[in-house]
Design a protein around this ligand. Sequence first.
Ligand code: NAD
Length: 290
Amino acid sequence: MSANILDGRKLAAQLKDELREEVRQLQKQTGQVPRLVNILVGDKHDSCAYANSQKKLADKLGISCDLLRLPEKVSQADLIESIKKLNDDDEVHGIMIHRPIPNHIDYGEAANYLDANKDLEGINATNIGKMLLGETEMIPCTPASAMEHIKSTGINLAGKEAVIIGSSDIVGKPLGLLLLREMATVTVCNIATSKAGKLLDHIARAEILIVAVGKPLLVKGEWIKEGAIVIDVGINHTEKGMVGDVEFETAKEKASFITPVPGGVGPVTVVMLMRNGLQAFKHYLSSKKL
Ligand code: NAD
């Protein structure tokens, strides 16, 4: 059996169409569009390129996205001051702090100053807490992308064995919460699971396997349960180009569905950022009773 390939570009295109239409409808009703601000500290080429590609996507969806450039040496206090101003600005609906960020900045502390209703990446402590309680739709973008891929298979997650490899605060842990919401039985593994020699046992029973580690081709096809849905979040730059955490060629012979790298989780992740932007805009509209 060869797996169905979960095409992230195709899924992203479909989700973009839906978002564009929703933005258009809201503009028709209110005369306003979502306005997002991306805070960029310093001028590292890769960061600028990524921020510009986010802006281009926003433009295509009818969303306004501005870059707020701060100098490389900006102090923590001045960054927080900028965040507070944006929080207080009614014309700004969503904010993100672009990463990577210079080492002297405490990213976590700064992110916690973001108004939870404007926190585009859904990563500050308030939003993570609200997500645990199912009280926010501002969901971290990579876990949201993984969930969109899983849902696109049409699977009912209730009672399914879902195994996540990687337990970071931005991917593995929030993804665990999202899967629990769907009543999956969730196991989250980390480096200690591997060191204890138990990783393969967990992988072998996974009906849904999500790998978010950052180690090229860590998971071999032969370890995977026949018919599993495999979501590869990993991005690894190697001499042979970009590869995921899963050995795609062997895994696709065992899985029923699998995401490729590149072209799987990545393209949908940035669309999830825009979806959060729309969510933030809707929150603003309802707070103003518009
Ligand atoms: P991280 O380094 O913060 O966390 C890695 C996790 O993997 C940790 O929990 C660690 O304990 C675990 N781990 C490490 N080695 C392991 C092993 N041998 N066995 C089991 N667990 C192991 O990484 P992150 O920020 O969560 O990112 C993970 C990967 O996802 C990276 O490749 C990153 O580039 C990628 N990523 C992709 C997207 C996307 O949109 N596709 C977004 C964010 C991150």
